[in-house]
Every structure is written in C-alpha cells, then in structure tokens.
Write a protein that binds this ligand. Sequence first.
Ligand SMILES: Cc1cc2nc3c(=O)[nH]c(=O)nc-3n(C[C@H](O)[C@H](O)[C@H](O)COP(=O)(O)OP(=O)(O)OC[C@H]3O[C@@H](n4cnc5c(N)ncnc54)[C@H](O)[C@@H]3O)c2cc1C
Ligand SMILES: *C1O[C@H](CO)[C@@H](O)[C@H](O)[C@H]1NC(C)=O
Ligand SMILES: *[C@@H]1O[C@H](CO)[C@@H](O)[C@H](O)[C@H]1NC(C)=O
Ligand SMILES: *[C@@H]1O[C@H](CO)[C@@H](O)[C@H](O)[C@H]1NC(C)=O
Ligand SMILES: *[C@@H]1O[C@H](CO)[C@@H](O)[C@H](O)[C@H]1NC(C)=O
Length: 507
Amino acid sequence: MSKFTVFVKAMIILFCEFSDKTDRYDLVVIGGGSGGLACSKEAAQFNKRVAVLDFVQPSTQGTKWGLGGTCVNVGCIPKKLMHQAALLGQAVRDARSYGWSVPQDISMDWQVMSEAVQNYVKSMNFGHRVQLQDKKVEYINAFGSMVDPNTVKATDAQGKERLLHADNVVIAVGGRPIIPEQMPGALEHCISSDDIFWLKKAPGKTYVNISGLNIALECGGFLTGMGYNTTVMVRSICLRYFDQQMSKLVTDYMENNGTRFLWRHKPVKFEKDREGKIVVTYSDENGNTLTERFDTVLMATGRKALTKNLNLEDIGVKLDRESHKVLGDHGGDQERSSVHNIYSIGDVLQGRPELTPVAIKAGKLLAHRLFGNSTHQMDYDIVPTTVFTPLEYGVVGVSEEAAINKYGEENVEVYHAFYRPLEFSIPNRDASQCYIKAICTEDEVVGLHITGNNAGEIIQGFTTAVRCGASWEDFSKTVGIHPTTAEEIVKMQITKRSGLDPRVTGC
Ligand SMILES: Cc1cc2nc3c(=O)[nH]c(=O)nc-3n(C[C@H](O)[C@H](O)[C@H](O)COP(=O)(O)OP(=O)(O)OC[C@H]3O[C@@H](n4cnc5c(N)ncnc54)[C@H](O)[C@@H]3O)c2cc1C
Ligand SMILES: *C1O[C@H](CO)[C@@H](O)[C@H](O)[C@H]1NC(C)=O
Ligand SMILES: *[C@@H]1O[C@H](CO)[C@@H](O)[C@H](O)[C@H]1NC(C)=O
Ligand SMILES: *[C@@H]1O[C@H](CO)[C@@H](O)[C@H](O)[C@H]1NC(C)=O
Ligand SMILES: *[C@@H]1O[C@H](CO)[C@@H](O)[C@H](O)[C@H]1NC(C)=O
C-alpha cells in the first residue's frame, strides 16, 4: 500500500466513525480480539450487517493498547518476538564457535528491542482497523453490555451510550491477568503480563511468581535469555495442564541455563524501598521467612474471564460458578449459551483451550452456521500447542498420564528418544533435555511431545497425521528428512516398556 492509500483509508475510517447509522444489526460481537474479529469479518462476507465492539480497560499499572485483543497486544505476538530476541542472543554466542567474531560482552538494549516490538504491534492494530473497514464491519470503540437478549449497550470512553439492536450476539471478551489484591503491596508494586511487553525501561533483576501456567515460564525464559537476572518462584508445579515429564525437561533446561527457581516458596508481601527497589518477603519450603530486593516483580498467577460487567446473568446467560466463563453446549451447538441467540467463543467459553487459533476457528465456523446454512461444529480435540520457553515444547494430543488413565497402562505404548540437534554440536551445547515421545494405542498415535528448537514448526505438520488417525506403524514407515530434528520422530524405536536406554548413542 502506498502512503497515500493508507492516508485515504485512515480518513475513511475516521469519517465512518462519526457518521450516523440506524442501529439494527444481524450480528453484534462484543470483544475485538482473535475470536471476535474473525467471527465478525466472516459474518460480514454473507452481506450481513455486523458490528464489533472493542474496549480496553487499562492494566493495574495503567498500560493501554489498541485493537486486536490479547494475542496481538499482550500475548502471542509480543511474546514470540521477545522469545525470538532471546534466542538470537544464544545464536550470537553459538556463532563464535562457527568462526564469527563476536565481542565477549554482548548485551540487550531493552529500549531498542521493546520499541521494535511495540511498533510492530501498533502496525497490527492499524491493520485490523483497515481490514474491518474493507470487510464492511462496523468497529465501535466502546464497552459492550447486555440490556436484553436483543439489545447491546455500547458505552464509550466519554460515557456516551448507544443502544444496538441485534438478532444475534457473540460474547468474545476474553480474559485478563489476576493480580492477587489481598496480598499486601501486590496491586501497587507488581506488574502483570499486560505490562511486561510495554515496559519503558529494562526490567532488571526480576522476580516471577507463577501459578502453573506457561505464560510465566515463557516470560521468565526470555528475560533470562536477554540477560536479566530472573528468579521464578513456584508454589507447586509448572505447566499444570501438560505432561509432567516434559514439563520437568523444560524447567531443567531453564534452571541449567541461568533461570533461578525457588521451588515450594510463597510470597508474603511486597514493599518499595527508598531506591525504588521492590522488597519481596517470602517463605521458603521450611517455612522460614526471607526478604530479597528486585527491580521488577511479574505476577503471573492466572487469568479471569471478563464477564463481570456484561449483565449476562440478568438476561439469562448461565456462567460457570468458579471461572465465570460462559457455559456453551446449548441446543446442540457448542458455542450457544443458555439464551438461544447469544453465543460465546474464545477464552471466555467454558472448558475450551485458551489459544488464538481455537478462538479464530470457532468464530469463523459460528459465522457460517449463523448465516451460511452450515452445520459444521468446531473440533476442540487434537488441538496442538507450543510452550515458547528457551527450550521450546511442542505437543499435540494427550499426555502420558492422561493416556494411561483413559486407555489403561497395558494398552499404551510409549516410544521415546533423547536426541542431539545438529546445531548443538559445534557450540557443544548441552542437549540433555532434547527429547521426544509418542504415546500410542494399538491403532493410533494419540499424543506426540517434543522439546527442542522449532518445536512448534515440527508439531504443526504432525498434527495433521495425528488428526487423520495415523498409527505408529504409519509414523515409522515415513521417510525422514536428513539432517533435521523432525526426522528423529519417525526414527524412534525404543519403547518405555522395553526398559532400554533412550539416550543418544552416536550416529
Ligand atoms: C502472555 C500471553 C501469551 C500467549 N501466547 C499465546 C500463544 O503463543 N499462542 C496462542 O495460541 N495463544 C496464546 N495466548 C492466548 C491468546 O492470546 C488467547 O487465547 C486469545 O487472545 C483469545 O482470544 P479471544 O478472542 O477469546 O479474546 P481476546 O483476544 O482477549 O480479546 C478480547 C477483547 O475484548 C475486549 N473486551 C473485553 N470486554 C469487553 C467489553 N465489555 N466490551 C468491548 N470489548 C471488550 C478486550 O479488551 C479484548 O480486546 C497467550 C496469552 C497471553 C496472555
Ligand atoms: C546453559 O547450559 C549449558 C550446559 O549446561 C552451559 O554450558 C551454559 O553455560 C548455560 N548457559 C547459561 C547462560 O547458564
Ligand atoms: C542473581 O540474583 C541472585 C539472587 O539475589 C544472586 O544470588 C545471583 O548472584 C545473581 N546473579 C547474577 C548473575 O548477578
Ligand atoms: C503467587 O502469588 C499468589 C497470590 O499471593 C499466590 O496465591 C500464589 O500461590 C503465588 N505463586 C507462587 C508460585 O508462589
Ligand atoms: C441458505 O438457505 C436459504 C434457504 O434455502 C437460502 O435462501 C440462502 O441463500 C442460503 N444462504 C447461503 C449463504 O447459502
């Protein structure tokens, strides 16, 4: 696009926002994140009148951002870019052994890195507005709430209200991090994942309090990789919803590579000293109380669904008691709520994986069912994912624990292997956490797990095979691509049951 077309498009967007309209819609979507944007754009393709409302409440530390939701602004995108920034540091160090002259002290300029990431995010915010405009979806920068099942109230930043009459409503409001307000000093002094990507100055010595979610480990990982002294405090386990053997490999690698873990520790309070450092008081596994000073404290203790001020329960939309997420599965439709014309997609739908591609796919399929005569439901099974820790962990299908529970130990065969990525050889990097396992029943591979470089890229392709019901025999008949990491998957021969040593044995 030329600068001129961009300018014209921006003017059109401004013009349309100020022009008046009648307020009857085929579909109103509340929440302009991954799911809401996909659903509204898809619905508009059927020549329907569609509006999407998006409104961002500032974080507890006052961070704000533009259109696109969690993934674009404070999730997948800035996280993966910062993960990449950290990986490059490792690559630069590796480069020495390949003959590149690299100074002894390499360091990260936080300002340069974060500005580059933020500028990219801002370009995506703008891109989303242009796309809504192109697809004729009305974008309303206002907070949405329900008045009755067919009326949405839009309240803008100035408090101006407008009522929209909607045949169908999609709730796609996502979630936000929880800062434990009852913990003294937490609300004042701690940041959340909503702030870390938008910090103006380098985080410095950082303390990460985690709740068993991957977000915290990923942040702790890239901060360590960028050279910040990072301490991760873990109360019980990391990566709660993942295979525990794999989770241990991920944290072992981090621990060996500079992240300090305090296991079974618990924070008690946070204070600020005269120099502006945060004094963290915590108790260790023996109940001793200790204090330590940090520049930054990142709270990653969980997320809550943003259903609170939507007035949903008053109009009959049932929410889960604990999570406050919308309960779906009504009238034979997974995304339909207890009110027949109100649907829910993405992170705010109860019991579904909190992932961007899941929200997008569910949103598009819903639009086709609403306006395209489709009956196609979302398949929430066999959803692949990757944890972008310094050693990435990619997975599709079930954990070993879950497979044994479901099929019984005697009906599960686990193929496994440690491997040494070729890239690790010349810099002589430790590969002792590079590992693969395939969980198989007699007929099918039901789980595939890998730790290593580009784990996400590898698992994405194999997901199709797993979805097609490929058996272990199909995997092992597959010819590899040499020399790659992915080929190690189809080369595995050792089962856990055999008790043979799965470690690397040479060529
Ligand atoms: C740090 C982090 C890293 C992540 N990394 C990954 C990853 O690598 N891969 C991956 O697949 N997923 C990742 N996720 C998860 C992913 O971001 C979410 O699953 C996805 O964004 C969910 O989309 P959504 O449409 O449900 O909601 P969101 O994207 O959260 O969008 C909801 C939007 O609605 C707005 N809103 C809320 N209430 C209202 C209201 N009443 N009126 C108007 N607007 C409202 C919100 O401000 C927001 O803009 C990550 C999440 C985090 C926090
Ligand atoms: C990472 O681990 C390897 C192998 O244990 C070690 O050689 C390297 O120095 C570690 N890196 C850091 C930053 O600790
Ligand atoms: C990081 O902080 C810990 C805890 O204060 C300290 O023991 C360690 O020496 C620090 N590491 C570096 C590299 O400064
Ligand atoms: C982090 O803080 C919260 C709130 O105080 C606490 O409930 C949680 O257990 C803490 N996590 C860890 C790992 O200590
Ligand atoms: C859906 O079916 C109706 C009735 O058969 C038809 O009028 C309409 O054009 C169809 N819509 C689409 C998008 O195919």
